[in-house]
Ligand binder design. Structure first.
Ligand code: IPE
Ligand code: IPE
Ligand code: MG
Length: 248
């Protein structure tokens, strides 16, 4: 039993929480520092959020770390982010493994620098048998590309006769996405006061509850995650039905 369920008395902790980690640059500015300082401090928030998620009994945690659009940033920032990724993985992987974290990625990681690809692959292999939580890092991720890629694969399989058009359902389509095997997120959190999805999980977010907090990512702590889950627990998820049809 996890501490949050005991503490709260509610059995409605989302199975999959996804976070759009935003506001590193603006936070750094408030400290009079450069943007990379913000990203570096964001790693501490990642560490605490993963640990808190295990404590709370969340089974899947997705963190949006780098979008396909983020390549448009100054080279110095992009290079710094890639280096930070490699150093953070090498520093954290042992502790993550010991906490039972299974590590995965979504997005086209083949376009990342080879050092990143290697350390990501190593982390995925090293933790593949763990079961406490699945930590999914969205890297070089674009939901539109993900959907397009799925459509291209499906068309090619239909052309080859491997797949029949009549067999294509929502469920089957979703198996061609990067998130195959991962349940859709019930809760998506975005930090830093921005109210948009920025090309994140457009298919998977169909019925997600959205929680926006003004807190910049480097300041995001367990209490903010708990607040988001409490907000989630007070939502009525109707999936198209009326309130009266929902059995509490
Ligand atoms: C989120 O923080 C991290 C990444 C997108 C890599 P930002 O770097 O977007 O910070 P702001 O939004 O400029 O403050
Ligand atoms: C979204 O944040 C991407 C990540 C958190 C990795 P951005 O800061 O890049 O989003 P926009 O450009 O403000 O929408
Ligand atoms: Mg931003």
């Amino acid at each position: 039993m996890n501490d949050f369920r005991e503490f709260n008395g509610l059995n409605k902790v989302p199975q999959h929480v996804a976070i759009i980690m935003d506001g590193n640059g603006r936070w750094a500015k408030t400290q009079g520092k450069d943007r990379l300082y913000g990203h570096t401090h964001g790693v501490e928030s990642v560490r605490e959020t993963v640990k808190s998620s295990v404590d709370l009994g969340i089974k899947y945690l997705t963190l949006y770390a780098f979008s396909t659009e983020n390549w448009l940033r100054p080279k110095e920032e992009v290079d710094g982010l890639m280096e930070l990724l490699v150093s953070a993985i090498s520093e954290e992987i042992k502790a993550l493994h010991e906490s039972g974290v299974r590590f995965k990625t979504i997005g086209d990681i083949t376009k990342l620098p080879p050092s990143c690809v290697d350390s990501l692959q190593e982390a995925v292999d090293f933790t593949s048998k763990n079961e406490a939580i699945t930590l999914i890092l969205a890297l070089n991720y674009s939901s539109q590309e993900e959907i397009l890629h799925a459509a291209q694969q499906i068309i090619s399989e239909i052309n080859q006769g491997v797949l029949q058009e009549k067999d294509l359902t929502k469920e089957l389509f979703s198996r061609y996405l990067y998130t195959d095997g991962i349940p859709d997120p019930e809760l998506i959190i975005r930090t830093s006061g921005e109210h948009r999805l920025s090309n994140f999980m457009l298919w998977q977010a169909a019925y997600a509850e959205l929680h926006f907090t003004p807190v910049f990512w480097p300041e995001f702590r367990k209490k903010h995650l708990v607040a988001a889950i409490e907000d989630f627990q007070h939502r009525q998820r109707r999936f198209g039905k009326t309130s009266e049809q929902i059995v509490v």
